[in-house]
Design a binder for this molecule. Sequence first.
Ligand code: PLP
Length: 330
Amino acid sequence: MHDHGVCLEMLYQARRRIAGEAVRTPLERSASLSARFDADILLKLETCQPTGAFKLRGAVNMLAALIEDRGREALSAGVVTASTGNHGRAVAHAASRLGVPALVCLSRLVPANKVAAIEALGGEVRRVGASQDEAFSEVERLVSERGMTLIPPFDDPRVVAGQGTIGLELMEDCPDLDRVIVGLSGGGLLGGIGAAVKAIRPACRVTGVSLSRGAAMWESLKAGHPVEVEEVESLGDSLGGGIGRDNRSTLRLVREVMDDHLQVSERAIAAAMVDILEQEKRLVEGAAAVGLAAIEEHGLDVRGQRVALILSGNAVSLSTLDRARALAGR
Ligand SMILES: *Cc1c(COP(=O)(O)O)cnc(C)c1O
């Protein structure tokens, strides 16, 4: 049926594996946004996950699948990753819940509060090198020399299927959904949701939203192969980073399931963050506000439609919120 590597069976398997560890999050209708756009605007609240972001779904699914396939003993050396953000927290939390040691390699430049957040979830942190690339080299060394197992942030079908359980939930809670608007970076989130939605309701549009600068997936789709871009600071920092020089699954998957692709400016992200806080009383990080930012900035005509926005995470500091308010002028 589909040859992009994530089928319905894998999504249902993922759902069974993550039940009890990741939250089946609410899909909440926003009265104010629905009135503003003359549409049904539905908010998928991934901010309700215990780690504050959807990445727990993918991390739990991959870890549980590894335990099923190889047994817990084969994982005694532990799992490892190099993410500073929501993925690092997800791996630390999932591993401590499932009783597997976890090591998160971070560069020495990562701020102390991010290190503490991962340690608080039961993960061990190793500070190494002066860049994310050097931290990742340490991960590769630990995998080849110590037999640790890498849990990648997006480029594995088990991670993608975990994120795709969001799509199954959307289809159950709103079977006649017209469109879903998803923040896009490495493509695990959009690829997973898109695989579920296109298998169940092909007429539902899948819209991806990337940053306007430093968007590796945007450039890679244009070029037809993985492209490396320079990382720039952004309010949507969870959407930064590359897609991997030898991306195996998400580039192709995103190309197959995504109907349209938009970029949003920092100013639009800032305004959307402040709107969601002020009107919805929900605190979200920039990456989680890009769906609203895209509707506003591109004047998307969603009149009369049922549209889901994925509020993907809430990792935002007060100083970043101040920056957003200053940029939004509110
Ligand atoms: C990781 C992340 C994304 C993007 O997910 P990808 O699978 O990398 O495309 C979006 N929002 C938040 C909050 C994230 O942490």
